[in-house]
Design a protein around this ligand. Structure first.
Ligand SMILES: [Zn+2]
Length: 114
């Protein structure tokens, strides 16, 4: 549900960029969505089609790059995708810690047509 306001915001950012550059429309928006960002790419995609109607973003391609969450082993200093039901580091077997990888959520790129 909370994807609705964030999708609105993404459309506003992209539409503002189009206006600032006197562009007719936004052609492509690239979004990075981490697994643990709290947002679901599919929901954003669904809202995007609805909210973008009658905005410069209508018809734009929304590209979503999903980032898998990774654990970090404090001993080996490596990042890894954990196995189901396990937090163990693949190198030493020790339980790793959650890392920042997988929490990202940002607009990576906006393409406009002038
Ligand atoms: Zn380790």
């Amino acid at each position: 549900m909370h994807e609705f306001p964030i999708t609105k915001q993404i459309i506003k950012i992209a539409s503002d960029k189009a206006k600032e550059n006197n562009a007719r429309k936004v052609t492509r928006i690239a979004l990075v969505v981490g697994e643990y960002s709290g947002f679901i790419g599919d929901s954003i995609m669904m809202y995007f089609d609805i909210i973008s109607k009658d905005t410069p973003c209508e018809g734009a391609v929304l590209e979503i790059e999903n980032v898998k969450a990774k654990m970090r082993c404090p001993d080996c200093e490596i990042y890894y995708v954990r196995k189901p039901l396990s937090f163990a580091c693949p190198e030493c077997g020790k339980d790793g810690e959650p890392s920042e990888i997988g929490k990202e959520f940002y607009v990576k790129n906006i393409e406009i047509e002038t």
